[in-house]
Design a protein around this ligand. Structure first.
Ligand code: PMP
Length: 284
């Protein structure tokens, strides 16, 4: 049984509880982060902390834990649960109060929940990693840059994909791809340029995205941050996604279109390798 964190306490998961009046539960008035663990250490912790602060700020949500306190709690959970590879989930809500659309008093304590999941992240060689995606209307709200727990539409999309024998959905707004349902989307052009959507309110600024683009630049690969159409994606030489828990993960089919050779491509393979190497070296 796992040890989880609830409001400053470390308890067995079956003893953890939050209020039925919690605004995370009633209004999705909550933000979250997922930080990966490799060799028992945290990847990109600083980036996740900075994005958490930004999400909180965009929602005017007070929060008093410091970076040091959060880091210590992450580390304690990783140690208590013996996580070698996996993730730490962190959720902060505006707390519990009488149900009212208007925010409660700013002194209302947050609900802070953290738990770990053990998961193999590097166990498979790249040849065994590939996903098929379907394109789906992006029906999410227009502040996808804030990492809220409003994940119903992404959840619907994953289920639509599953029903159609695919693994995920790439979201489309105005003919161009925003991102995957829980990851950032990339293509590689005939000329070898990596293209991914530029940052705006339309996508989440992936922490992995930032590191992967840094790897690409280190490798002197050409990168363009701009919108790309569904047609351009289907004609691409390669496609892939990135997220904290999938790293760089090849996409070999978009709707009916087979991408490139239908196998993971060399750009995705190289980026995955270097991303993992750099992440191991900088994990804390
Ligand atoms: N976009 C969306 C919509 C996501 O849900 C995620 C992962 N939570 C990402 C992108 C990737 O972000 P990160 O690399 O920080 O995991």
């Amino acid at each position: 049984m796992r040890i989880v964190y609830v409001n400053g306490h470390y308890v067995p998961e079956n003893e953890a509880s939050v209020s039925v009046f919690d605004r995370g539960f009633l209004f999705a008035d909550a933000v979250y982060e997922v930080t990966s663990v490799l060799d028992g250490k945290l990847l990109d912790f600083k980036g996740h902390y900075e994005r958490l602060k930004r999400s909180l700020n965009e929602l005017d949500m007070p929060f008093s834990m410091t970076e040091e306190e959060l880091l210590a709690a992450h580390r304690k959970l990783v140690a208590e649960n013996n996580i070698d590879e996996g993730l730490v989930y962190l959720q902060v809500t505006r707390g519990a109060a009488d149900r009212d659309f208007v925010y409660p008093d700013a002194s209302t304590p947050n609900t802070v929940v953290m738990f770990t999941q053990s998961k193999s992240l590097t166990g498979k060689p790249i040849e065994e990693l590939s996903m098929k995606v379907i394109t789906v209307d992006d029906l999410r709200w227009q502040r996808c840059d804030i990492k809220t727990v409003q994940l119903l539409y992404p959840s619907i999309v994953k289920n639509m994909a599953k029903k159609q024998g695919a693994d995920d959905g790439w979201l489309v707004r105005d003919g161009v791809i925003t991102e995957g349902s829980s990851n950032n989307a990339y293509i590689v052009t005939e000329e070898g340029t990596i293209v991914t959507r530029d940052l705006s309110h339309s996508i989440l600024a992936g922490i992995t995205r930032a590191s992967v683009l840094e790897c690409a630049r280190q490798l002197q690969m050409k990168v363009e941050e701009r919108p790309f159409t569904v047609e351009e994606a289907k004609a691409a030489k390669e496609a892939f996604v990135s997220s904290a828990t999938t790293f760089v993960y090849p996409v070999v089919q978009i709707d009916e279109a087979v991408i490139g050779t239908g196998k993971p491509g060399p750009v995705a393979a190289k980026l995955r390798e270097i991303y993992i190497e750099n992440s191991r070296a900088t994990a804390i």
